[in-house]
Design a protein around this ligand. Sequence first.
Ligand code: ADP
Ligand code: MG
Length: 291
Amino acid sequence: ATPTAIMVGTGLGARRGILFKNATALETSARIDTVVMDKTGTLTKGEPEVTDLIVEHLSELEVLALAAAVERESEHPLAKAIVAHAAQLHAPVLVADSFRNVPGHGAGAVVGAQRVLVGNRRLMIAEGVEPNALSDRRDELAASGRTAVLVAVDGRVVGVIALADAVRPTAAGAVVALHDAGVEVVMLTGDNEATARRIAGQLGIDTVVSEVLPGDKADQIGRLQAAGRKVAMVGDGVNDAPALAKADIGIAIGAGTDVAIETADVVLMRSDPLDVAVALRIGKGTLRKMR
Ligand code: ADP
Ligand code: MG
């Protein structure tokens, strides 16, 4: 690589808020044929809001108060949305003991004398909670592209909370730009399959890997590499960091967590998914000048 080509590429990127941390990142960008995108916080804004609450046995405010008591102890974006919604509706503030975070599943705690769980179907199965009519409502909400989590009290499902996270305005355009450049786009997410498929459909992404546990994202990258792919991973979260490191290049969303930004080779300061395509194009331009 000629130093001039590298300098030009780095400068072009910087002007658009695309930071290549080193020359290798710029060169590798030119050879990427597969882009793996995290869903939450990368293709979506990562600012979920509660849209629906369906309850059984308890009142809406009771369910919200119990769920919020657990979620107040959690750092998860879904947790923050649930706590904010409970506060907005002036749900009673209850205190949780023995909080447990179950990565990729949800959380649990003891509230008063009750055992409360908030999380996905997998959490409920792991904790021995029987599915009921509310579980079916959960599936319907998920099919509409919302993330739906269950609330259980003492082993019984008492509520479904649906949350919507708006897709970033340029996400669909980014997929088109990558496809035009001959790059395959894969969505990788811990969210459930129905929600993931719906959002992927909206964005024109045909390959979806859903319900991936936080520890397994890097393995998914490894699998693509073993099949001969040159992979860029785009992510924002703490749980994306191992996958960002494993990929041929890791690209972090600027609005993401410090861990993701530190681990990545490229940082998109404007948090715009379209800049993924621009970064790869700059890489190709640099490579051409090197020949
Ligand atoms: P992502 O890859 O989308 O960032 P995570 O691995 O953080 O997903 O979470 C995957 C799923 O686990 C969520 O969609 C949700 O169903 C459930 N979950 C995780 N943490 C929580 C929580 N604190 N409260 C409720 N549900 C949670
Ligand atoms: Mg994310």
